[in-house]
Design a protein around this ligand. Sequence first.
Ligand SMILES: Cc1cc2nc3c(=O)[nH]c(=O)nc-3n(C[C@H](O)[C@H](O)[C@H](O)COP(=O)(O)O)c2cc1C
Length: 179
Amino acid sequence: MSVLLQFVHPVARKSRANRALLDAARAVQGVTVNDLYELYPDFHIDVAREQALLEAHAVVVFQHPFYWYSAPALLKEWQDLVLAAGFAYGPGGTRLRGKTLGSALTTGGAAEAYSPTGHNRYPIRALLAPFDQTAHLCGMRYAEPFVVHAAPRLSDAALAEEGARYADWLRALAAGAPV
Ligand SMILES: Cc1cc2nc3c(=O)[nH]c(=O)nc-3n(C[C@H](O)[C@H](O)[C@H](O)COP(=O)(O)O)c2cc1C
């Protein structure tokens, strides 16, 4: 199955973690990379183009750094415009049904911080509920997220390992593995 990778980083040239993941993803067969900030730096999203891309792929992945317990702002704008009534949900809105949505994130916080006793208080999976429910409303399955914690403190070698783990995760999604 083909994977549409929505890459969402407002300062990609300064990214270490997401760049490492993206480099690994580009080598995976069947992955189409769509760099949203490169395409739409002024937030003028080509809705028809984005909807056509969604229809052409069975799996959609949102890859981004975790910003304020969510995604960078352009992904929200993309959701608001592209996941339109009559396309993604509501009467006649069946075009995404049966597809899979996945989140691939890097966080500044360590894994332990994302727990009831940690300073972020909530497990990362709980904070991703809006993405999970968005997938559900659109009739999509929400895959188990791919997360790289404490990303700014990882060495280049550790990031390369995360890249290999990410490529495996993408291959499994592309192969239609259970999510
Ligand atoms: C505006 C902003 C908001 C952030 N919010 C969070 C957050 O809510 N939780 C967290 O763990 N890290 C947060 N971070 C840290 C980033 O997630 C981290 O720097 C990023 O994942 C590193 O990836 P990169 O090298 O690709 O930029 C934030 C960083 C910025 C700039």
